[in-house]
Design a protein around this ligand. Structure first.
Ligand code: 6CS
Length: 316
């Protein structure tokens, strides 16, 4: 078997390393019968192109960020909701692993588009970066040109703060920040440092307003057509990589935070939001859940209701 695995990141970054490890383990388990080529970001177009290729079966596997399927699988935009998952990242990962809302119902929504999410994993809590001032109150977002992924609900989530959201591929983000096409962006710490956004941004605000969730996706027709033993090997490898990728992102987020704190060449001021400051954002973010329910259909509402119940149960 010769398969392709496309990712939205470069070598050394979480998604690529996940795919490379997946390929290694599959080759080993299958005694070399399975040979997977892993692609870095950009090799096969931008993030949205990659989703299309995966749907069409030109590539068999991909790591996909739900933000890039925002107009296709509207229900999956629930990942854009701020302050939905617990602040505890390990607990968030447990919910991502066990949630019926995500692993059964949202999975079915993706399968209508010929994509099967086999796993959801966090790449870490997201933080804001900016020029001019740290983002400490919703007022700081007034007219702020915020780069976002192509999802109407991510856009709505920043409009309620007063920002002016601009969707773009991350491939254009460094230059856009540098040239002032946009004023800031959100990402996990490892990615901010590794992509060099801190070189062109003065501030990083530790907001932990959301988790960056990525999905391990397989083309549905392809997956369903595989012999059972090979399918089993895939499922087993996906299961093994849950803890593996959790530890990887945890390590990278912590190492690259230290690197940013200690960098003399690119001093970035790091501002920690207080709980009161976070509350001001949470107050504005909560009604976005109603917006989601009102705009994306009954099934979307039911999936969010169930997920909220699961989160509530996990917190207790
Ligand atoms: O900001 C983005 O769009 C990119 N961020 C991460 C953490 N991975 C890939 C994605 O395209």
């Amino acid at each position: 078997y010769h398969w392709d695995f496309v990712t939205e990141e470069y070598q050394g970054q979480v998604q690529y390393e996940y795919a490379a490890e997946f390929a290694r383990r599959m080759a080993e388990k299958s005694d070399g019968r399975v040979d997977i080529t892993v692609y870095e970001f950009g090799g096969l177009g931008d993030e949205v192109d990659q989703v299309e290729q995966l749907q069409l079966g030109f590539t068999e596997f991909g790591i996909v960020s739900p933000g890039f399927t925002g107009t296709m699988v509207e229900e999956a935009q629930l990942f854009a909701l701020h302050f939905l998952f617990p602040d505890d990242v390990a607990l968030t990962q447990e919910i991502l692993d066990s949630s019926e809302a995500l692993n059964v119902h949202l999975r079915e929504k993706y399968e209508e588009h010929n994509m099967t999410p086999l796993a959801y994993f966090t790449e870490g809590p997201m933080q804001w970066t900016s020029n001019g001032l740290p983002l400490t109150t919703p007022d700081d977002f007034d007219g702020f040109k915020m780069r976002i992924q192509q999802s109407p609900l991510i856009s709505q989530s920043y409009e309620v703060y007063g920002a002016d959201p601009t969707p773009m591929s991350w491939g254009e983000l460094y230059t856009s920040l540098d040239q002032g096409v946009v004023d800031g962006q959100e990402n996990p710490i490892f990615f901010i440092e590794d992509a060099g956004f801190h070189e062109v941004q003065d501030y990083m605000t530790i907001s932990n307003h959301n988790n960056y969730v990525a999905m391990t996706v397989v083309n549905t027709d392809f997956y369903n057509g595989l012999p059972e033993d090979i399918q089993g090997m895939i499922d087993e490898t996906v299961a093994e990589l849950r803890d593996w990728v959790f530890d990887l992102q945890d390590q990278m987020n912590s190492d690259l935070l230290t690197a940013m704190e200690e960098s003399e060449e690119h001093p970035t001021e790091i501002y920690n939001l207080t709980e009161d400051e976070r509350q001001a954002f949470r107050d504005l973010a909560m009604p976005v859940r109603d917006f989601f329910r009102e705009n994306y259909g009954d099934d979307a509402g039911r999936i969010l209701d169930l997920l909220e119940e699961e989160i509530e149960a996990a917190r207790n």
